[in-house]
Design a protein around this ligand. Structure first.
Ligand SMILES: [Zn+2]
Ligand SMILES: [Zn+2]
Length: 287
């Protein structure tokens, strides 16, 4: 079997695919039984190869399939398909404007306000974009990953003010890209948001924690005096001052599970000064 016969047969098969074949799934995954096992890598392309390649693409073969079939890189395949290379060879050409990728389309739709928020009023980035390790929606821009929230904010509210460089969320979804959920924030505002969302490392989740929340709950119940804290220090393997602070509410102020018991004559929490009203405050009255 000589080469020209082989490709002649492939070409005949490729061009003789009728409309009925599409229904049987033969068009997109078209492979000639005679030729497909033969590795063509390293062999120079002929005008006939190029013609066949263009027909394969016309009937739905992907660029990566053609890359494998012909042993040439994807950039060369694309240039052949649009006619940049081999302009004289036959076969149907693709239009040169490469269709934008779906994510870029989604971004454009987002900036045109064509994507409607879900029933909760958010536009979850995970449905349209890639998420980075931190859970934020990102998109490729000049071969770098950029947060979609920053692009959206810049588009709708202008570039970030010098003192408010952070694209922050009004809602608690990190991947939300609804322009109505976003604002330029100062680092201070962003930290307040983290307290609000419970994403600020505190208590157990803080990397420097010397005590666990269970231990703090125990200490709050016992409320050891300073001298007794020395014994607890040996027991729990934390410094005496750490024990005392946790037990008496100078630290772990934000732990709602460890009630901060305060002996007071006040009848209700409203009588306590606002800055001292921890969320876990429990008033106790001496008998
Ligand atoms: Zn063949
Ligand atoms: Zn939102």
């Amino acid at each position: 079997m000589n080469t020209s016969n082989r490709f002649g047969k492939l070409f005949d098969e490729a061009t003789s695919i009728n409309e009925g074949a599409a229904e049987h799934g033969q068009v997109g995954s078209f492979k000639c039984e005679t030729c497909s096992p033969i590795r063509r890598r390293g062999r120079k392309l002929t005008a006939q190869d190029v013609e066949v390649m263009r027909w394969q693409a016309f009937y739905g073969a992907s660029v990566s399939e053609l890359t494998n079939d012909y042993g040439i890189n994807d950039r060369t395949v694309r240039r052949i398909l649009v006619g940049d290379i081999w302009p004289t060879a036959a076969g149907p050409l693709r239009s040169k404007g490469t269709p934008p990728r779906p994510r870029q389309e989604a971004l454009q739709a987002l900036l045109n306000r064509e994507i409607k928020p879900d029933h909760e009023g958010h536009i979850r980035g995970r449905e349209y974009f890639q998420l980075n390790d931190d859970g934020y929606a990102v998109i490729n821009k000049n071969s770098k990953k950029v947060r979609v929230s920053r692009i959206v904010l810049k588009h709708f509210k202008g570039p970030a003010p010098a003192d408010k460089p952070i694209a922050a969320h009004l809602c608690r979804y990190r991947d939300c890209v609804n322009p109505d959920c976003l604002y330029w924030a100062s680092p201070w505002q962003n930290m307040q948001d983290k307290y609000r969302d419970g994403t600020m490392p505190m208590g157990d989740t803080h990397p420097c924690a010397r005590l666990t929340e269970r231990q703090v709950i125990l200490l709050r119940l016992v409320r050891p005096a300073w001298k007794e804290c020395r014994r607890w220090s040996y027991e729990l393997g934390a410094p005496q001052a750490t024990i005392y602070s946790a037990a008496h509410g100078y630290s772990w102020k934000h732990s709602p599970k460890a009630p901060l018991i305060v002996w007071t004559t006040a009848e209700s929490v409203d009588e306590i000064p606002e800055r001292l009203r921890a969320p876990n405050l429990v008033l106790a009255h001496s008998p």
